[in-house]
Design a binder for this molecule. Sequence first.
Ligand SMILES: Nc1ncnc2c1ncn2[C@@H]1O[C@H](COP(=O)(O)OP(=O)(O)OP(=O)(O)O)[C@@H](O)[C@H]1O
Length: 263
Amino acid sequence: MLDIKSLHKKYPSGPVALRGVDLTVHEGDLIALIGPSGAGKSTLIRCINRLVEPSSGQILMQGTDICQLNSGALRKARKKIGMIFQEYALVERLSVMENVLSGRLGYVSFYASLTRKFPRADITEALRLLDRVGLSDYIDTRADQLSGGQRQRVGICRALLQQPDFLLIDEPTASLDPKTSREIMRLITELVQERNIAAIINIHEVTLAEMYSKRVVGLKDGQIVYDQAAGGLTNEALTLIYGEEDWEANKTDSDDALHEEVI
Ligand SMILES: Nc1ncnc2c1ncn2[C@@H]1O[C@H](COP(=O)(O)OP(=O)(O)OP(=O)(O)O)[C@@H](O)[C@H]1O
């Protein structure tokens, strides 16, 4: 469903962030994108919906090259590409329900969006999603009164209310504790499977990548150096992606300790 071909990105005031990325994503794929800091993970994710403008290459979403779309067509294409952010990107002074419903802004009329009058079906679906993620008791709570985990659940509901075919997820657990990180990853995994949505998750924690994705893609210096089914990350693969390190040293079962080791 997504075919990225020879994607390059050079920031005008900065480095070459992507150097010829080729990646095919199939329907229902759940890809964890890992790699060292500065490898280009966020840039790749953001090029797919053109939050970052690619320098060259193709991004074929169901056959249509996203890179060639004019602003109107891009707006339309973006409706089908949901995004979940590290810092949640909620409107702090709005309620949980209002934040979730903002996922439908691209679908309702300009007047409806101005007056925030959403169709009954959107409200019903928002309530259903909030119930699914355990936030039924918080629909009127302001976003700024939520914990990090609750905020990310709101971000997930907002993205899903958009009814996307594809989800871009940028470091969803970066600001969360290890237990909440697992809960959020489990939730994302369940929801994308229930809805047969393809997703790319930019994630730093290798353990979480292996536990919750179907496929792991390793990016290094703007190039894909690893692409395998999850569960097969050897020490050699870790070295290929991150560079030389004694991956066995001080290994424990704790996510925390492993996190410290790998990052
Ligand atoms: N807006 C920007 N302007 C200039 N350079 C940028 C910009 N955004 C990212 N870069 C640079 O592009 C390269 C890739 O950055 P990117 O954020 O995509 O990497 P990353 O793998 O997501 O890193 P991290 O895991 O630390 O978030 C880095 O060298 C970074 O400094």
